[in-house]
Design a protein around this ligand. Structure first.
Ligand code: CTP
Ligand code: CA
Length: 230
């Protein structure tokens, strides 16, 4: 049987995707991060490539982070840059913004950075220590500020009042779309959120539309998100 080629409804798009966790160093050998594995970003990238887009992929790397696997024939349309801190992610993304037609922000950016990381390794001692944390850069906010006609899709992982918080972020951040999902127990099978292959949530649009996406593989969720916004 003939294989039906996927619809090429993103072939005029160059999409900037942020993905994965960011990290903030404590000293020469230690850092703080979160449970993001980059799976939702990878699924969004793979589906966009399948539909003909060019993808600039800014990935926060850490142990176990997942990288997108471009569908056959789309390899030359995927451009990956690896970063670690929120500052590095913002710089890499801002550099790639001018050529983008749209932005998909799946990254789990650390909201705080260690104020003054030590250049050398901190030594063990018996006294308690305190780490000063300062707000880190808002990657999506910086991109929005520098935007010139791009559309924006944000993601929000919430533990409670998912849709209410999601709607607040859609409006507050001035986005065109926001996908809000519940975070469940880490890595639990058939669940949503971090370090699992499945997700579920609600896609909100600035025009007031809402679409609930039931539990499915992150690849299916990505396909349904692109079906709605393509
Ligand atoms: N985001 C970002 N840079 C940050 C924080 C968030 O680019 N420093 C982006 C995320 O990639 C996501 C969206 O903003 O697309 C919402 O992230 P979220 O952490 O849910 O928003 P916050 O405003 O940081 O809210 P919260 O206090 O719930 O963490
Ligand atoms: Ca945050």
């Amino acid at each position: 049987a003939a294989v039906v080629p996927p619809v090429q409804d993103l072939q005029d798009e160059r999409i900037l995707i942020t993905a994965g966790p960011t990290t903030t160093p404590i000293d020469a050998v230690r850092y703080i991060t979160n449970h993001s594995t980059g799976r939702m970003g990878a699924a969004m990238a793979e589906e966009a490539l399948r539909r003909g887009a060019v993808v600039d992929y800014v990935l926060g790397v850490d142990k176990g982070v997942v990288r997108p696997v471009p569908p056959r024939g789309s390899e030359s349309r995927l451009h990956v840059v690896e970063v670690r801190t929120a500052e590095e992610m913002a710089a890499a993304a801002l550099e790639r913004l001018p050529q983008a037609t749209g932005v998909v922000a799946t990254a789990a950016v650390m909201d705080y950075a260690v104020a003054s990381p030590s250049a050398s390794k901190l030594k063990r001692a018996s006294a308690a220590i305190a780490l000063d944390l300062v707000p880190s850069i808002d990657v999506l906010g910086s991109l929005k500020q520098a935007a010139n006609g791009q559309w924006f899709l944000g993601f929000a992982a919430e533990t409670d009042n998912v849709e209410e918080h999601g709607a607040g972020k859609l409006k507050g951040k001035g986005l065109d779309f926001l996908f809000a999902n519940a975070v469940s127990k880490l890595g639990a099978a058939g669940q949503t959120g971090f370090a699992v292959n499945t997700n579920a949530g609600v896609l909100l649009s600035a025009n007031g539309e809402r679409h609930e996406l039931g539990l499915g593989a992150k690849a299916d969720i990505a396909r349904q998100i692109w079906d709605r916004i393509a």
